[in-house]
Write a protein that binds this ligand. Structure first.
Ligand code: 6MZ
Length: 377
């Protein structure tokens, strides 16, 4: 993923960035997905020739995306594979200078391989421990011994870059109330393992808001933060109900009517914006009419995110380049946009303060480079 931008895009890769909307299995590397699918094909569990096209295809409607997720889940729902994917995804984000990553995933069960929701998450946590390229620090700072990385691999004597990680447990819209409640209970048990909140996601044409509300209420009462996929399809009653819940953040906000816009702006709920995802899935007809621009002009809190960097062949740097070039925003403005995301993370104040220092230093470097360039001209 990090390699998807070219040399002229180095600046965008080099600036610190915050990723708040990334689905673990959607961020899988193409190369890993192909390799794993081939290996399942060789074992006779799937017919590789049938799935190769689905994996390599670039443009997918929302329905096709959820079909692809079914395939991805067949390939990845295994403890060791989850560990590998988690490690790779974190290292890919770190390679493009994501300094704080909120990674979300749906805990799954698969009795045939002895997988429960807790053991699924153990696979993910092992992946965080396996990260080599950077130091992993969990978002609630008070958890670990201060200054001690969560991962064990070390580059002797050489200080490594650090990435802060917060985990969000996702509830899939296909789940029952009981299953959603189970996920929230697991999230509460895992607060000392970097879990900071709950996400509601999955095929937006499936399931009812009232099914998930008891679990989301319970999560909130117990101090978990909540982000909802909201308005990926035009279901205005549901959008209204979700806004009335006043989640800490929402994702997408593509298919809002006038009333819903008004409410969103009044409530100032931060929006996770996923440009490439919205265009590829055709939830927005073209990039120049994307609501990013209206929200940006209204100074509404927004955060640029990838959604599914693997599935949509994108990276966070590419999303910044796309926004800057489409909406005519200069580097200074984009760096400010990146920095503002700090306030919308589910991290504690101590981590936020460390992130502020990282961004202050990046802003100083950017100003100095600007001055030097002007002197040379
Ligand atoms: C809604 C999405 C999504 O949880 O297995 N997911 N839900 N809208 C989207 N926009 C395209 N992209 C991904 O990651 C994959 C799961 O995340 C949700 C879906 O439930 C998908 O199955 P995990 O790690």
């Amino acid at each position: 993923m990090a390699g998807r931008t070219g040399e002229k895009d180095d600046w965008w890769v080099s600036i610190p960035k915050i990723e708040l909307h990334a689905h673990l299995n959607g961020s899988i590397r193409d190369s890993t997905l192909l390799e794993l699918a081939k290996s399942l094909g060789e074992k006779g569990s799937i017919v590789f020739a049938d799935v190769e096209h689905a994996i390599l295809k670039d443009d997918r409607t929302l329905t096709e995306v959820f079909k692809l997720f079914e395939l991805i889940h067949i390939v990845t729902t295994d403890h060791n594979i989850l560990t590998r994917i988690t490690k790779e995804v974190v290292e890919d984000f770190a390679a493009e200078n994501v300094v704080y990553l909120e990674l979300r995933t749906t805990p799954k069960k698969n009795a045939s391989i002895g997988m429960s929701k807790p053991s699924y998450m153990e696979g993910v946590i092992e992946g965080l421990r396996a990260v080599n390229a950077v130091e992993v620090a969990l978002a609630p700072h008070c958890l670990g011994k201060k200054g001690k990385p969560f991962n064990s691999g070390c580059v002797c004597g050489t200080p490594r870059k650090r990435i802060y990680i917060g985990l969000l447990l996702s509830i899939d819209r296909r789940e029952t109330t009981a299953s959603a409640m189970e996920t929230v209970e697991l999230a509460l048990q895992m607060r000392d393992m970097g879990v900071v909140g709950i996400d509601l996601s999955g095929n937006p044409t499936v399931g009812e808001w009232c099914t998930f509300l008891p679990a989301l209420d319970f999560a909130r009462k117990n101090g978990l933060r909540i982000t909802l996929h909201c308005g990926e399809v035009p279901n205005l009653d549901e959008i209204q109900a979700m806004l009335d819940f006043v989640p800490e953040r929402i994702g997408h906000a593509c298919c809002f009517g006038e009333e819903e816009w008004k409410k969103l702006l009044e409530l100032k709920i931060p929006v996770e914006i996923c440009l490439t995802s919205n265009i590829r899935t055709e939830t927005i007809s073209s990039i120049d009419v994307h609501h990013f621009v209206d929200l940006y002009k209204a100074e509404h809190p927004i955060i640029l995110c990838t959604d599914d960097a693997g599935v949509f062949s994108t990276s966070l740097s590419s999303e910044y380049i796309l926004a800057a070039s489409t909406f005519g925003l200069g580097k200074q403005k984009m760096l400010q946009l990146a920095e503002k995301a700090i306030e919308f993370t589910f991290a504690d104040e101590e981590v936020k303060e460390e992130l502020r220092q990282i961004f202050d230093s990046a802003a100083r470097t950017a100003r100095r480079d600007d001055l030097m360039r002007k002197e040379e001209e």
